[in-house]
Every structure is written in structure tokens, then in C-alpha cells.
Write a protein that binds this ligand. Structure first.
Ligand SMILES: [Zn+2]
Ligand SMILES: [Zn+2]
Length: 179
């Protein structure tokens, strides 16, 4: 059986009266779409609860999974566990097509216009906010050779040693240029 991967929650039952609804699901392969999509290992899990407090909707949820980031030294896909929580205030406004952020002096909130609330933006944003700026596959990762691009964790092309030997002269050259 296909597991549906809808990132949404149906609020029809609590649009007009106070109440609470929950939903959960999985996201496979990546969060978000296009060039900003975040690749993940396996699947990410999410769960949300929406409460209607007299016309205002409080969305709270969490998403956890393992992001795949490039190692900053060798560029290998590197698993980074992410556990993100989020909470937002929402207002229902029929006719609004996509979930829209409204910046307000009191409190930022979101408008939604359909009982089936699209969660993809909330989930992707919360997950992205938890990503570290960089990742490293291993503290001892040797990185790539700056000359030939070889993965120095796997081979020793010999360039690194040659470079090291040259460095004192390069530094001296730079120094002389400044005089
Ligand atoms: Zn690495
Ligand atoms: Zn090399």
C-alpha cells in the first residue's frame, strides 16, 4: 500500500467552533522543493496539533529526521540529525489561496483560506532553521586535494606534501611584495 505523503491537516471540524485536531505523517527523500530542497536520509517524521481558541488558531508541531549536508572538507553527503519544534498563530480567511505570512506589530501570524491546511512550508522552515551552517563528516576528515581534487581520506596523491614544502617560500614571497 502506498503511504500518502500529504503534508497537511484537515481543520474542517474546528473551523467554526473551538477544538483541537492533530495529524502526523512522513516526508521522504527531501524537504521542500526546487533548488532549496533539503535532502534527507530515509524519511522525516512530523506531527502537529492545531487548536481553535475562539477564532484564533494555534499551530504547534515538530519534525525530525536526518538531513544530508555536504562535508565542508570533502563534500561527501554527511548525516546531520535534526529535531525541530515550531509554533505559529493562524487566522482563517476564506479566499486566501496559499498560506501567507502577515507581519503585525503585536504578533506575526499566518492566513489560510482552506480547511485543508498546507503544512509543507511550516515543516520545511522549521527543519531548515535547525540546520548547522556547515557539517563535517568526521573531525579527522582530510578533505580534498586543492591541486587535483582527490579525496585525501582515500588516496594520497602526494600534492599535499609538495605544497607544504613550498609554503615557506610562498609566504616569504608575499612578505616581500608588501615591502
Ligand atoms: Zn569529509
Ligand atoms: Zn592531489
Amino acid at each position: 500500500m502506498d503511504v500518502k505523503e500529504l503534508q497537511s491537516i484537515n481543520l474542517a471540524g474546528i473551523l467554526k467552533e473551538p477544538g483541537e485536531k492533530s495529524a502526523e505523517g512522513v516526508i521522504k527523500d527531501h524537504l521542500g522543493e526546487g533548488k532549496n530542497a533539503i535532502p534527507i536520509e530515509g524519511q522525516a517524521d512530523w506531527r502537529v496539533t492545531v487548536s481553535n481558541y475562539g477564532g484564533e488558531f494555534l499551530l504547534s508541531g515538530e519534525v525530525h529526521g536526518t538531513a544530508l549536508m555536504e562535508c565542508r572538507r570533502c563534500l561527501k553527503p554527511t548525516p546531520v540529525p535534526i529535531h525541530a519544534y515550531f509554533q505559529h498563530l493562524l487566522h482563517y480567511q476564506p479566499g486566501v489561496e496559499a498560506v501567507t505570512r502577515v507581519e503585525a506589530p503585536e504578533e506575526d501570524h499566518y492566513l489560510f483560506g482552506h480547511p485543508e491546511l498546507d503544512l509543507s512550508g511550516f515543516l520545511t522552515e522549521a527543519f531548515a532553521l535547525e540546520l548547522p551552517l556547515t557539517a563535517v563528516c568526521d573531525e579527522d576528515c582530510a578533505g580534498l586535494c586543492p591541486v587535483c581534487g582527490a579525496d585525501l581520506n582515500e588516496t594520497d596523491c602526494g600534492h599535499a606534501q609538495a605544497l607544504k614544502a613550498k609554503t615557506p617560500f610562498l609566504a616569504l614571497g608575499e612578505l616581500l611584495k608588501d615591502l
